[in-house]
Ligand binder design. Sequence first.
Ligand code: NIG
Ligand code: FE
Length: 413
Amino acid sequence: MSDSPLYSCDRVWINARLATMDTAVPALYGALDDHVIGVRSGKIAAIEPMERVAIDRLNGTVIDAGGAWITPGLIDCHTHTVYGGNRAKEIEMRLCGASYEDIARQGGGILATVRATRALDEEQLRRASLPRLRALAAEGVTTVEIKSGYGLTLADELKMLRVARRIADDAPVRISTTLLAAHTVPWEYAGRPDDYIELVCNQIIPAAAAKHLVDAVDLFCERIAFSPEQCARVFAAAQNHGLRVKAHAEQLSNQGGARLAARFSALSADHLEYLDQSGVDALAASGTVAVLLPGAFYFLREPQKPPVDLLRAAGVPIAVASDLNPGTSPLASLRLMLNMACTLFGLTPEESLAGATRHAAQALGLAENLGTLAVGKEADFLVWDIEHPAELACEFGVPRLRQRVFQGRDATV
Ligand code: NIG
Ligand code: FE
């Protein structure tokens, strides 16, 4: 008993109920009642049942959780948190009958945000984006993926990535950055999408990789963005620079983007409203995570849901993310997404929480260090004032976060 790592921990939470979300723990939520979790040097060092612990021999700070639930820190694995301006006018246009695609074809949509983002310098962009990051973090998000994609020149894409990398200097959140230069064709390349793809492959990807500004490469495979052939060139260039890939796929139509992503062993394929059985099978075979984005589905009032039953039947890991962006999901709340994943897509509360923890970590290639409560992982976790973890997907808007622990330390936002 005395040689348990628990006795050399810096901090120990006793009388805790752990929703480990670890598949090695057979109960729903990977739940462990009456347990102790200990932290050392920012990592989870021990998880033990209360009855095996000699409390008086603990050396570190002891925190009595009093039976409270502890979950892993939430992970928002798909966001566009860094951008300038807003697109509130577009919701008026859409409610008057224009579609998202109509607005994009008229030079609005993504390009409207490109104009607003290019107009800001790094400090202005950081200040515009930080409140959004703080909103996510305040409700329990400890890791956020942030994409570029509103610069669409070499300089502006790198500017976005630099802002994304350093935005967290002021906030206790881990950031994973994704290059989304292939988001849409900028006006300088109107009618010449292949020339723009060449710029992405030959200049933007190499520069972002050389400067270590990027953890993965994303793209938008869609009628209003890029064809599967063009996307394949971007994926190949990313892989030549040792970068994992992911895709916005099957959001507005079925282009076969998920199948293509699977062919390149993508970390994730995201949106997926129009995914078919062949796409599901491809994701299952490649181990690619299906990232569902109920905020965009809701905000665009999409007519078709992603095929959750097919994904489940095929055993595809399902993540849930906010897609926080000005055009399709101006909603800075991962808790709201858990709720909508259940009410709109039919996930269970346990599936939705797995989607914002274990599977979200997998979608970022970070499953070894994040996403569950397990010995050796980063000590990012949350102590909640709730009776049951299902409340995290059920109730919305009431602050229930008692303690936010980031790298083993208290880190309120
Ligand atoms: O994830 N689908 C493409 N990209 C974003 C929307 C970007 C925008 O409209 O600004 C999305 O929905
Ligand atoms: Fe997105």
